[in-house]
Design a binder for this molecule. Structure first.
Ligand code: UGA
Length: 468
């Protein structure tokens, strides 16, 4: 099928590459001509596993890039809108980019078009898109608007797209639903995974993918409610972790115990320094605004947000309790991305913490496997960027682990110990076993678990100040 995807951000670019991978002919439109030129040259603007391979495989063949939306619309029966929906100052979802695109599409409607909303948007957006298009001259019976939310996680977005838990199609007519079902058929009949050059199947992939067909309003709500629920799980376990710290229990053991109940599940129960990224913080606020507008005061979401914001401050107190004073301390920071596996630093709790530490007068030497360029744009020359984890650790008063990169979980502990001025590790992602860290000579602090100290000086090194 010939499809257009408007927007070449995380969702738009991944969707474009993956639709091409499923055998469709794809035009990816972006009004940023420099970005389009870079994509045409073969550059991959984001750090995303398997994306360079798919772009390489399909660029110039099944996948074309352009800045001309009108031409793309004329050539395609199905147009996906995947442009940004940032937060306004009061937490609402800013839909102005969606509106601009809807207006532009309406000028090129000739023959039947299905306009599909893929960005995360408040409930009823599909109906607004329809209204805007009609107001701008699109013939009422010539097009339909559907909702097809994405559940991609950055870092594993390509695998998530091609091996999804579910595909949600929100359509108010059979014709629209059938068109979208046709697009996803290789995933719902399992044929994609049987292809010789299919990307590797992740563990626990659900094949074939489950298809859920709903109204547009339900589909829009599914997306917001999913993200809000996942964020709630994270805030819940962070709160439980705080209690564990206070009473000397271990949150990992607690997670194992509660997560083995299939009604709860053990995924998304990792405590840390709080959730970040371009989705959860924004979507929680937007969902709260949606609820408010619909007349419901969703106070549970206020609390999820509050716990999350507090989690960073608690970690800062933990750093202080481990180091006593902060001013003038040289700190090695490993991880700046909002999580491991991505170069995205938007709403990254790691960046928030670095900012707080700088304000306290610390000197920060940071390293991230992929997010250095984007971090430099935010932090400038206020921090020193190191070449590797060990370089960052050189002569530092302590080491802070702030993103859960796999490579940070397998560092050489003797090498790290030799590099650090003091063997102090404060782990915001629980990447190491406390007992093992103590045995390797570290004073080790993590989230929701008991601290560990080297045997020889466990008595001289009491906790300097209570974290809470
Ligand atoms: C999230 C959702 O997981 C996707 O399903 C959704 O499609 C996407 O938002 C979106 O709306 O576009 P993403 O933002 O890429 O995906 O990242 P997650 O893997 O969900 O992590 C979000 C944050 O929560 C990160 O800061 C991560 O470190 C943190 N997190 C996650 C925890 O602190 N604990 C956990 O157990 C899991």
């Amino acid at each position: 099928m010939q499809v257009t995807v408007v927007g070449s951000g995380y969702v738009g670019l991944v969707a474009s590459a993956c639709f091409a991978e499923l055998g469709h002919w794809v035009i990816c439109v972006d009004n940023d001509t420099a970005k389009v030129a870079a994509l045409e040259r073969g550059e991959t603007p984001i750090h995303e596993r398997f994306l360079p391979e798919l772009l390489e495989r399909h660029r110039g063949k099944r996948l074309k890039f352009t800045s001309s939306l009108s031409q793309a619309v004329q050539q395609s029966a199905v147009i996906f809108i995947a442009v940004g929906t940032p937060s306004t100052d009061n937490g609402d979802c800013d839909l102005s980019y969606v509106e601009v695109v809807a207006r532009e599409i309406s000028r090129s409607v000739s023959g039947y078009k299905l306009v599909v909303q893929k960005s995360t948007v408040p409930v009823c957006t599909s109906e607004w898109v329809r209204r805007i298009m009609v107001l701008n001259g699109a013939p009422e019976n010539a097009f339909e608007v559907a909702s097809n939310p994405e559940f991609l996680r950055e870092g594993t977005a390509v695998s998530d797209f091609l091996f999804p838990d579910r595909i949600v199609i929100g359509a108010n007519s059979k014709r629209a639903a059938c068109l979208l079902q046709e697009i996803y058929r290789p995933l719902t009949d399992g044929s994609y995974t049987r292809r010789e050059n299919a990307i590797p199947e992740p563990d626990q992939a659900r094949i074939p993918a489950r298809l859920i067909v709903t109204s547009t309003r339900s589909a829009e709500l599914i997306k917001h409610a999913s993200n809000a629920f996942l964020a709630m799980k994270i805030s819940f376990i962070n709160a439980v972790g705080n209690i564990c710290e206070a009473v000397g229990a271990n949150v990992e053991e607690v997670c194992d115990g509660i997560g083995s109940d299939p009604r709860i599940g053990d995924r998304f129960l990792s405590p840390g320094i709080g959730y970040g990224g371009s989705c959860f913080p924004k979507d929680l606020k937007a969902f709260r605004a949606v609820a408010r507008e619909s007349g419901y005061d969703f106070r549970l979401l206020d609390e999820v947000i509050r716990i999350n914001e507090e989690q960073c401050l608690r970690f800062l107190r933990k750093v202080r309790s481990a180091l006593w004073t902060l001013k003038g301390k040289r700190l090695a920071v490993l991880g700046l991305a909002f999580k491991g596996g991505t170069d995205d630093v938007r709403e990254s709790p790691a960046i928030t913490l670095v900012e707080l530490l700088l304000r306290e007068g610390c000197e920060v030497v940071a390293y991230d496997p992929a997010a250095m360029v984007k971090s430099r744009e935010v932090l400038g020359n206020r921090v020193t960027f190191a070449e590797s984890a060990y370089d960052a650790a050189e002569d530092a008063d302590a080491l802070l682990l702030l993103s859960d990169w796999e490579e940070f979980a397998v560092l050489s502990l003797p090498r790290l110990r030799r590099a650090l001025k003091y063997p102090i590790v404060i782990d915001g992602r629980n990447l190491y076993d406390p007992q093992m860290m103590g045995e390797n000579g570290f004073m080790y602090y993590s989230v929701g678990r008991p601290e560990a100290f080297p045997k020889e000086n466990s008595e001289q090194m009491p906790q300097l100040r209570k974290a809470s």
